[in-house]
Design a protein around this ligand. Structure first.
Ligand code: NAP
Ligand code: GCO
Length: 266
């Protein structure tokens, strides 16, 4: 076995949902560097065009599409279009996601449903559209972007925690149901990563000091820093490559140690 070759994504077609910036874009760049042809979708034309420029500046010839991951018919059409234009998808990363930070008693059922729709129903919809092609090809990799909230709760994120906890179990179920077709479905659980999703938690205070939540995360993380999107690149390439062919139904937490840590003793 050529160990370094087993990490290569040469000749593979990857779809990373919501890769117009943030974690998805870092993963797409990593896949391209490892040899894959990358496709991504996002929710608006302007976001797609901005992303295509950013990929180009990085030397990546990405295929960009506008598609709402919650719309089953649109997702089916997207997967068919990628098959036609690029090829059958070998690697799917269910990355598109949203969060609404609202105390549960103030949250409308409509807001709760919206978060569940994007963060949990959509990975089901996109996986369902992609798995038949993987079965046809005889292999496939699905990576679901989970969260600390797949394991932990906290104030204001009831819908997000419910969705990401559900996504962990969807991961295990896809592994259980399609493992025999040589499909590996794993999750990545990022810790607190500096992206637009977490920007409100890192805003500087009027006096220039760090946001209280920012200070809280620094203290909760043994690595004593926020994660960068680059921290997800190696783990994602590993789970997309042949190097992880017997890893299935696993959630790889990339959190600087948060889940291992009880907190600073008084
Ligand atoms: P982000 O910067 O806000 O990016 C979110 C992406 O999802 C964007 O590309 C956005 O597209 C896309 N998107 C949202 N709703 C969509 C929809 N209905 N259809 C298609 N695309 C949609 O977020 P991020 O921080 O990189 O997070 C990426 C994933 O990692 C999410 O699932 C998030 O929950 C998860 N995560 C993040 C962290 C963190 O600390 N940042 C930690 C753990 C897990 P547009 O550009 O068009 O809006
Ligand atoms: C929050 C955060 C998180 C993170 C991430 C942690 O408000 O607590 O936004 O949920 O983004 O998912 O892993």
């Amino acid at each position: 076995m050529d160990i370094m070759k087993s990490f290569s994504l040469e000749g593979k077609v990857a779809l990373i949902t919501g890769a117009s910036h943030g974690i998805g874009m870092a993963i797409a760049n990593a896949f391209a560097a490892a040899g894959a042809t990358v496709c991504f979708n996002c929710s608006s034309e302007s976001s797609k065009l901005r992303a295509l420029e950013a990929y180009k500046a990085n030397g990546v010839d990405a295929h960009g599409y506008v598609c709402d991951v919650c719309d089953e018919e649109a997702v089916k059409a997207l997967v068919a279009q990628i098959k036609e234009e690029v090829g059958i998808i070998d690697i799917l990363v269910n990355n598109a996601g949203i969060i609404k930070r609202i105390p549960m008693l103030d949250m409308s059922a409509e807001d709760f449903r919206k978060v569940i729709d994007v963060d949990l129903n959509a990975p089901f919809i996109v996986s369902k559209a992609v798995i038949p092609g993987m079965i046809e090809k005889g292999h496939g990799k699905i990576i679901n972007i989970c969260s600390m909230m797949s394991e932990l709760g906290r104030e204001t994120v009831s819908a997000y925690a419910a969705a990401k906890g559900g996504l962990k179990m969807l991961t295990r179920n896809i592994c259980s149901e399609y493992g025999e077709y040589n499909i590996q479905c794993n999750g990545i659980g990022p810790g607190y990563i500096a992206t637009s999703q977490t920007a409100p938690l890192r805003e500087r205070q009027p006096d220039g000091s760090r946001h209280p939540f920012d200070q809280f995360i620094m203290a909760k993380t043994p690595a004593a820093r926020w994660g960068e999107t680059e921290d997800l690149m190696g783990p994602a390439v590993f789970l997309a490559s042949d190097a992880s062919n017997f890893v299935n139904g696993h959630i790889l937490y990339v959190d600087g140690g948060i889940l291992a840590y009880f907190g600073k003793q008084p």
